[in-house]
Design a protein around this ligand. Sequence first.
Ligand code: ZN
Length: 655
Amino acid sequence: MPRYPLLSLFRSGGLVTALFLSIIGAHGQAPVPHQLFDHVVVVNEAALHSDILANAELRMRLVQLVPNAAGDAIDLSVPLDLELFPDVRYTVQLRPDQRSALAGLEVWKGRVGDARFDHLPRYVNTVFVLNRGTGRLVANIETEKGFFQVLPVAGTGLYRVRHCKPFDGTQCRVAMPQGRSRGGGGTGVPSLCDGACREVDPQGRYVVDVFAGYSPGAALLAGDVEAHAQANIETVNTGLANSQVDTLFLRLVGTGVGGENPGIVTSVLDDGWDWFAPQIEALAPDLIALFQTPTNDPGSAGGWGSMPGRATVNGVEWPTVFRHEAGHNSGGNHCFPDNENYRNGWDNTHWRTHMCGNDVNFYSTPLLQDDLGNAIGHPDQADMARNWNEMAFTMATYGMHRVPFFAGDTCIGLPCLPEHWGGPIEYISHVRFNELDNWQTDPAWNCPMAIGYSDYTDLSTEVAAGSTHQLLVESTTSWDESTLRAWIDWDGNGAFAPDEVVLDQSGHGPWATQVTVPADAASGPVRLRIRLQYGLDQPADPCSGSGYSSGESEDYTVVVTGVQTAVDGQVYAPEGNLAAYPNPTFGQATLEVPPNVQGSCMLYIRDLAGRCVRSVRSTPRSGRIHVDMAQLPAGSYTCELHHAGGLLVARLLKR
Ligand SMILES: [Zn+2]
């Protein structure tokens, strides 16, 4: 049995009875439910008091879990008797959720009696999340008697059964999109546009990955951060399933505790990306859900959500706030005409869906009726089910997933698909980098599933570590307020980091710069992303668009060949580059040699694998060295010129 060294308590009985009845149940009759919660009376209950939690409660009481498996563990597979309060008692048979969860988390779902939903066979109103790592659980049970949450009380082994106040739209505020978002996403340069890697699970449902970040104070009240976060995710998933939305679901990819606690204010929607930056880069979530404890800061609410967007901030004391704020992230507003279209919740005066009243576990849909036969949505004014279905692709591809969907998932680690908003006005029309030269006869984007995105990753150029090449970009049109940025994912981790910006200019094009390949760049193919957009409000982001005309993003492949190895195996760092022309060549080429290179030199020509395919001794004449590649097969070669003062390198493409 758990021990509570700092508390003296009286158990109200029930354990002995429950075990006895369980034994009878083993003999063939209908199994007798296991009484899971045992009320405890804590003498020093004031020590466990939380004003913050109490503010969102109608009442509460403390219970302990009654183990029913070896090692004082909990087995949720048997019929359970849930006595939440003396007047709130249910039996339930939970079923394990088949979707994968974070290691150690078990998600169990079921349905306790509530006659209002008897006509809806798929309805679920009970979710248990058991954290095998900590032995703790978080449960949500929603019936006509109210919303009940069972939360661990940190440091005690006890649980708080909460009869919660409703969280309706009056405690919520909506934040308009701020244009700020972060990349997350990939390695190598597989195509993002060929359909081979979509953000769907094996059943074809879009997976919207969520990272949950808690302030230390919020984590304490959550009792078990991972179980609490997963339970919050499931408030959305059960709402979607109840509303017959099967195109997507939310998946928890990680949790974190840290950052500050300014409260439930809009600055958190921005600052959360910084507080949890390492986890966000590693996990590439589509959405971040921040949990805070309330403060009296100006602008405080019970919850804030970007609409549409990727961040929410949620008062940790409200168990139904996240399903509402997540609806804002999908683009939904409260009640018509808050959005002058179907992206709203619905109040049919009997049931109120998540966005518009939030007292039943549904998103609005005209396809379902309440127990009086009235629709819980309207085709023109309240159809959040349609909105979720339409937003599934966008929400799932904010960050290309880095946590595998299943064992052997080879689609992990891709970079984000760039988003563009607004009308198609300016297009990138010409890109040149080293031997890559893409004049576009049709400059419009070529990826039908992503507005403003062109996939040219089948075009590549090879560059040696330490070498320098010009990057040139032209567009169909440009303005004083045009912004042109480019990134090369030098470390090959699939994310475009701030120190991987290789071109950052504004104003009229064309735009050009010299790009030096870092000496420590990852060998092999890495991605070059070029982005053109209008607007100087914020620097162009590799993933997220500005609010103006759409612009365009294009991806290419850059193959980094690494520092070349000399004949004797010694590694030389090239001191600079040779200009070579024509390039590509059909056989004959000329190297431009700097004036300090004099006397006899050795020229080594290497293939892509670094093998020396030709070596000739040569002496520059008039600053030039002649190269004959006529006998070599078509392909890419490195010319190393070893001279008295060092080593120079040129890349040559043989047609
Ligand atoms: Zn709201």
